[in-house]
Design a binder for this molecule. Structure first.
Ligand code: BES
Ligand code: MN
Ligand code: MN
Length: 457
């Protein structure tokens, strides 16, 4: 522990400099124009991994954005940790809401501001630096592999195939991921559940062109009016999702387990204050943390159509669109939900509009068991660095590839993330506290130690 903190203390400014260089590369996976930046990011990470002590590192192309792979083998009889992270980020828009440039990182009030500061450049970089630390202090206790992808924020469309094609190369005992949150730095927690996702886009067409809303209004079905009614009917007065069969595969969590989960500290007042709402709203019969942790949800992510520019234009639009995401819980199947949604949405469409429904992307949820060596090691690592035993928590977010890792590689993942809900990931002014960045490096190094120790049996 002394050794770890000494190394971090002596190198902390350089760590930050190096992270800033990565944040400056606008690796937005969703945008075609950033394709060259994706390549620059991979080259930068490859070099960082080699500098950190990897035996070899390579940029491997896929059908989509490339993957950076690296490894360091010290002894084939020792366990192997495979680190997963992502170098792609969400688009920075709306730009005018940022207090500083999204791709020009800066520290204000002890926090790093910039797109990717937390998700996932800041967190992934902690993994690289913990690896460097162990190499340079001669304390690396096991073999390590890295797989850093560039398509997480668009649903990892190429990574499953990459895993299938590279099964041998990716062979490992545990997958280590820093891409989740903790309750707070005072209340460390380990994420033991992720939700799945079914993400749809719908298109309604009414008349074959925009119409004068005076000449036609009242006589022709307006697709935006129709769409909003259809969307409103997707949940009932109890905020239950009304798609037939939607809950069929949801496993009800036992009262005992719910009681256990309710022990995790949570302040509803702070929660509401942080996002400036006066009332929390969700499915009847469940608490706020249960609504995101163990229950599925349905949200419109965007809705458009008609005239939305400056001033007025009296039209009855031809088209209406919406993007709708459903967060799923383990045992629900995203393909099955896609189909249920499609059938349901078509069935509820009124006469007078044509409906198109397509699936954008999806993935399955994940629950990680607590009775594993990896969980114990992560728990001990947090306990040592934070001075407090961490609480297991089911998160509402998704990292769809995690369930594929289990299916394709047959390896479980441990989610050792250090983000905070106040980090504003995917939002303007994304940030990551310096404290978390350095604490994360320390905790990761400790994880390796405990994990290797416990694996010896
Ligand atoms: N790192 C997040 C997911 C996350 C954040 C999980 C905090 C738990 C706590 C990840 O980058 C993400 O944003 N995932 C997407 C998945 C999607 C684009 C397929 C999500 O959850 O919306
Ligand atoms: Mn992420
Ligand atoms: Mn993300």
């Amino acid at each position: 522990m002394e050794l770890i903190n000494k190394y971090i203390e002596e190198n902390k400014d350089r760590f930050l400099d190096e992270l800033f260089k990565l944040i400056r590369i606008p690796s937005v996976s969703a945008k075609e124009e950033n394709k060259p930046d994706m390549l620059r990011a991979t080259e930068y990470i490859k070099k960082s991994l080699l500098d950190a002590g990897a035996d070899k590192a390579e940029v491997i192309s896929t059908e989509g954005h490339p993957v950076v792979y690296a490894e360091k083998s010290i002894d084939s009889s020792l366990p192997t940790v495979l680190v997963y992270g992502h170098y792609d980020v969400q688009p920075a828009e709306p730009l005018e809401l940022w207090a500083s440039e999204p791709f020009e990182p800066e520290v204000r009030g002890g926090k790093i501001y910039g797109r990717g500061a937390d998700d996932d450049k800041g967190q992934m970089f902690m993994q690289l630096k913990a690896f460097e630390l162990m190499n340079n202090t001669g304390t690396l206790p096991c073999n390590v592999k890295f797989m850093i992808e560039g398509e997480e924020e668009i649903g990892s469309p190429s990574l499953k195939k990459f895993c299938i094609d590279n099964k041998e190369k990716l062979a490992s005992d545990i997958i280590l991921i820093s891409d989740t949150t903790m309750i707070s730095m005072a209340v460390p927690s380990i994420t033991v559940g992720l939700r799945g996702l079914s993400y749809m886009e719908v298109e309604l067409t009414g008349p074959n062109r925009d119409l004068h809303s005076g000449l036609y209004g009242g006589a022709v079905l307006n697709p935006i009016n129709a769409l909003t009614k259809m969307i409103a009917s997707l949940t009932d007065e109890n905020r239950h999702i009304s798609i037939k069969g939607f809950y069929d595969d949801v496993i009800e969590v036992s009262d005992e387990e719910r009681k256990e989960m309710a022990k995790a500290p949570f302040s509803l007042e702070d929660y509401k204050k942080a996002i400036d709402i006066d009332k929390e709203v969700g499915e009847a019969g469940y608490s706020t943390t249960e609504r995101t942790g163990i229950r599925p949800s349905l949200d419109v992510n965007g809705i458009w159509g008609g005239y939305i520019e400056e001033g007025a234009k009296t039209v009855l639009p031809s088209k209406a669109y919406a993007k709708i995401s459903m967060r799923l819980v383990p045992n629900q199947n995203s393909r099955k939900i896609d189909k249920l949604f499609q059938d349901h949405f078509r069935a509820i469409a009124p006469e007078g509009v044509k409906v198109k429904v397509r699936s954008l992307h999806g993935g399955e949820g994940y629950v990680s068991p607590l009775d594993t060596v990896a969980y114990q090691a992560a728990s001990k690592a947090c306990e040592t660095s934070f001075g407090k035993k961490p609480v297991p928590v089911r998160s509402g977010g998704s990292i769809p590839i995690v369930s594929d890792f289990e299916e394709v590689l047959g390896v479980k993942s441990i989610l050792l993330g250090f983000g905070l809900s106040s980090d504003a990931i995917h939002s303007p002014n994304e940030n990551y506290p310096l404290f978390n960045f350095y604490k994360g490096i320390e905790t990761i190094a400790l994880f390796y130690n405990y994990y290797s120790e416990l694996m010896k049996g």
